[in-house]
Design a protein around this ligand. Structure first.
Ligand code: ATP
Ligand code: MG
Ligand code: FE
Length: 334
């Protein structure tokens, strides 16, 4: 089968074509309009999706060498995400499915982040653990099958991507700041400054305390030296990143010990982080785990992962009714 997949949950308009389980392309239009606001503005996101979606879908079809009439199904992100942004993708997919008289497939965005691991070799086998770390989520997922996943640990407040972005904002870096902290960190000493952690019970996380801690840390340092940030940016970024990554990896180690599982994957935007990627590799080497790290294009939001999820749903005949509605909140099991 040939399936067109559309992603529009946040600030990336993306489309991908998958044929017989092989992702043929992954067209992504990122929305620059949010940069000057220091975060995603939902109204502007919906409008930009509306402006981009036709061209993005056409580019995906053309790049894959298929026409609309070749399609066997059309898939879209149902949630979780921004309601107005999701609506653009859902409406577009519905119109196309109705016009072509082909089935609709709804995809859970967080399941799709995990399923990005099935786009290319090497693919994990079941069961495996996936640390899904993004702008809105921080989850340790027990993956039992392509469409059977359970959250065994998660953040009780902010997501780790949010912690990266907020720290970057405090440092005066543009949005999204996560990748910039990563970049500066590569030049810095990860042990220059120490931060403390709010330890949550079980396999849960808390990232809301780090913002205030970071704010006060910089305020005190700037009292001694007004040029503190400019003079020590690389060390600050490296230390903060080291701290956030340690918080993540401590829980991953505990999750492996508890479940006895020795295959570990990472997914979501923060899985693009060099510090996380390198330290997970090293930790996996120490423990003898098989470690799975996604290609950069499949870390942050993309329709390739939506297409992969749609492939497994198509195989199982899991189609959505034409009156399906988006869900701003959507549990991983749905
Ligand atoms: P969700 O998937 O939870 O709905 P989202 O779709 O907004 O949220 P993604 O696109 O998967 O999230 O990820 C975006 C996040 O990833 C942002 O917070 C961004 O700063 C972060 N991020 C991207 N690259 C890096 C990096 N190299 N280092 C740290 N953070 C990064
Ligand atoms: Mg994004
Ligand atoms: Fe995402």
């Amino acid at each position: 089968p040939v399936i067109l997949a559309i992603e529009s949950s946040c600030d990336e308009t993306s489309a991908s074509v998958i044929r017989n389980g092989k992702v043929l392309n992954n067209i992504i239009a990122s929305q620059a309009v949010h940069q000057k606001y220091g975060g995603v503005v939902p109204e502007l996101a919906s409008r930009a999706h509306q402006q981009n979606i036709v061209a993005v879908v056409d580019a995906a079809l053309e790049g894959a060498g298929v026409t609309r009439t070749d399609l066997d199904a059309v898939a879209f992100t149902r949630g979780p995400g921004l309601m107005g942004a999701l609506l653009v993708g859902v409406s577009f997919a519905k119109g196309l499915a109705m016009g072509l008289k082909i089935p609709l497939i709804e995809v859970n965005h967080m399941q799709a982040h995990v399923l990005a691991h099935f786009i290319d070799e090497p693919r994990p086998s079941f069961p495996f653990l996936c640390l899904t770390v993004s702008g809105g989520h921080t989850q340790i997922v027990l993956v039992k099958d392509h469409l059977d996943m359970e959250v065994i640990g998660q953040t009780q407040d902010d997501a780790v991507g949010e912690a990266f972005d907020k720290a970057a904002k405090i440092l005066g870096l543009p949005y999204p700041g996560g990748p910039l902290i990563d970049k500066h960190a590569q030049q810095g000493n990860p042990r220059a400054y120490k931060f403390s952690e709010t330890v949550m019970p079980g396999l849960d996380f808390s990232f809301s305390g780090i913002k205030t801690q970071f704010l006060y840390f910089l305020r005190d340092k700037k009292k001694e030296n007004p040029a503190f940030v400019e003079e020590n940016l690389a060390d600050i970024c490296a230390s903060l990143q080291h701290h956030l990554v340690s918080m993540l990896l401590t829980r991953v180690e505990q999750a492996c010990a508890r479940t006895g599982i020795r295959q570990v994957a990472i997914a979501g935007g923060v899985s693009a982080n060099q510090g996380l990627r390198q330290r997970l590799q090293a930790l996996g080497g120490q423990h003898g785990w098989d470690v799975f790290i996604p290609a950069f294009q499949y870390c942050t939001d993309n329709a390739g992962m939506i297409a992969m999820a749609a492939h497994y749903k198509y195989q199982r005949g899991l189609f959505a009714p034409l009156d399906v509605t988006p869900l701003a909140r959507m549990p991983l099991s749905a």
